[in-house]
Design a binder for this molecule. Structure first.
Ligand code: SF4
Length: 129
């Protein structure tokens, strides 16, 4: 059983699946992954986006980002994510280095990816017991 003990606002979670054709996500069942994240872990909501680093991805981020809510993004390497999403975060008055938690979940099984996200949530103060 999971008990959430943190009182501040829960973060948003976005899984970016790199068009859905990227071999980096072949080992993972993305639906089992996102359903576990959104139903079991302390996130406000979780969604799958096909390609956040395309123009419509930027527009999507600009629509949904807001101050006071951290965003965890599962996808490619953190260094890439910081670079790719910096402008969208800046446009919404957010700092990509502090408001984004980028998580590299490539080449992982579903369980490995869930474990990694769980660890990042804990590291950022969202308690899971
Ligand atoms: S943000 Fe990263 S994971 Fe998402 S589509 Fe672009 S390169 Fe792929």
């Amino acid at each position: 059983m999971v008990i959430i003990t943190m009182s501040s606002e829960k973060p948003a979670f976005i899984m970016c699946v790199c068009t859905g054709k990227c071999p980096g996500f072949e080992k993972m069942d993305i639906w089992d992954f996102i359903n576990t994240i959104r139903m079991v872990l302390p996130v406000k909501h979780g969604i799958i986006h096909p390609q956040l680093c395309e123009e419509d991805g930027d527009r999507y981020l600009e629509d949904v980002l807001r101050q006071g809510q951290k965003v965890f993004i599962g996808g490619c390497a953190p260094a890439m994510q910081y670079k790719l999403f910096r402008d969208a975060f800046e446009k919404r008055g957010l700092n990509v280095k502090t408001d984004l938690v980028p998580i590299d979940v490539r080449d992982m099984t579903t369980d490995e990816a869930i474990e990694k996200v769980t660890g990042e949530l804990k590291k950022n103060g969202y308690d899971i017991q």
